[in-house]
Design a protein around this ligand. Structure first.
Ligand code: HEM
Length: 408
């Protein structure tokens, strides 16, 4: 490269750091920026990032692994605690590893988890509060269901679930308490290592056994280290995301009671539509960080080397060029939002599991909790905020009331 590097353009907004600051009116901020141009230069962790704001740009960026590889960001944010996961791999290594770890998450396999694992976990959690007539659905349901489902899919003894939850929570907090996260990853690894050895000796029907027995295209099985890395990663990638996805759809429905009644009146027709619209209106992964390692001009944007990028899935999902009345939560759109699980080579391999968990959970919650409504004394707590940094978004609490019912 010759001559001096051209710097990134001037900031389009000041006073908000997109790496750290929760923004209560985030959607309005994103809409104002997008009305000016399809991207914005924004403050990001003491430097500047390019924020992509339209459906067209976010979609194209996800598909352009050469310009915006996933590896550099995940090497910093996940590798130290989880090891080298599929997210920080590329090329043929990524394809081979992805094919193997996807096996237990394929559509056909996931359907077989509903009766033995997903329904019992959801029923158990609802049973614990259904007779009370009130609950905080975040503390008592959304934060717990997906973690428990993953624990049970792995065949972890029920008595150890509290320890698993403790380690998972600490691992997820890596950016804020790195030492505690690394200690927890170590403890979790030492805990599951003997389980893994046991499944190698005697495979059963659980997910660890599936990973142990899955044969790759090259005739190789996954190594212990590859399986342990995948298991550590399941908690932030699988449980946290699904927790906030359910929180967001519940928050949207509870704040739009007429649409909640519509789903209750005909779950067959509206359940999936409500989950899709919840994921469009407030995707759990809202602002996904990436990087642009080499200098480029991409879609007319000049980007110097090592520039942080933000794929604003939540802005793309409200792009008025694609969605009429984009700020309205409207389950009758009946549209699958195309970006909530990413796109391209690193698109989510857990989408079937996540969607199935959400369908079962929402179905049982709305059918077992008649007259479900936000508790008027705590409505303010139901708003959606940034979680674990700014990438994820979800409600911190959802205090509800309902007609008490029997345990099942
Ligand atoms: C509603 C819940 C979920 C959401 C919103 C979600 C979202 C995403 C997104 C946006 C990506 C792309 C990341 C990127 O390009 O940097 C991704 C990748 C991934 N997700 Fe999910 N996810 C969810 C549930 C799950 C579950 C349940 C699992 C596993 C059990 C899972 C495992 C993964 C894996 C392994 C990848 C990386 C794939 C690769 O690098 O090839 N996710 N997810």
């Amino acid at each position: 490269m010759s001559g001096r590097m051209t710097p990134l353009g001037p900031l389009d907004i000041e006073g908000i750091d997109f790496a750290f600051d929760d923004q209560p009116d985030l959607h309005a901020v994103l809409a104002r920026l997008r009305a000016r141009k399809p991207y914005a230069i924004v403050p990001f962790a003491a430097t500047r990032a390019v924020l992509l704001l339209t459906d067209e740009l976010v979609r194209a960026a996800f598909r352009d692994e050469t310009t915006f590889p996933a590896a550099p960001v995940y090497a910093m944010t996940t590798e130290p605690v989880f090891g080298k996961t599929v997210l920080s791999m590329s090329g043929s290594q990524h394809r081979a590893s992805r094919a193997l770890v996807s096996a237990p998450l394929r559509r056909g396999r996931v359907q077989a988890y509903v009766e033995p694992v997903i329904e019992p976990v959801v029923t158990e959690l609802i049973d614990a509060f259904v007779s009370r007539g009130s609950a905080d659905l975040v503390a008592e349901f959304t934060q717990r269901f997906s973690l428990l489902i993953i624990s049970r899919l792995l065949g972890i003894p029920v008595d150890d679930e509290t320890r698993i939850q403790h380690w998972a929570k600490a691992m997820i907090e890596y950016a804020f308490s790195p030492a505690a996260a690394i200690d927890s990853a170590q403890e979790f690894t030492e805990y599951v290592r003997p389980l893994l050895a046991e499944r190698r000796r005697e495979p059963g029907g659980d997910m660890i056994s599936m990973l142990v027995t899955e044969l790759g295209e090259d005739g190789e099985f996954l190594s212990d280290e590859e399986i342990l890395t995948f298991l550590r990663m399941l908690f932030p990638l699988g449980a946290d995301t699904t927790t906030y996805a359910l929180g967001n759809v519940l928050s949207a429905l509870l704040n739009h009671p007429e649409q909640l009644r519509l789903v209750q009146s005909d779950p067959q027709q509206y359940l999936q539509a409500a989950i899709w619209e919840g994921a469009r209106w407030e995707p759990a992964v809202g602002l996904l960080p990436r990087a642009c390692p080499a200098e480029t001009t991409w879609h007319g944007i000049h980007i110097p080397p090592l520039t942080p990028m933000i794929f604003a899935i939540n802005a793309a999902h409200r792009d008025p060029a694609i969605y009429p009345r984009p700020d309205e939560f409207d389950i009758t759109r009946n549209l699958m939002p195309p970006l909530s699980f990413g796109q391209g080579p690193h698109s989510c391999i857990g989408n079937w599991l996540a969607n199935t968990e959400l369908l079962v959970a929402l179905d049982l919650l709305i059918t077992r909790l008649p007259d479900l409504a936000l508790d008027p004394e705590h409505v303010d707590l139901s708003t959606i905020t940034s979680q674990v940094g700014t990438t994820l978004r979800g409600p911190t609490a959802l205090h509800v009331t309902f007609t008490p019912g029997p345990r099942q």
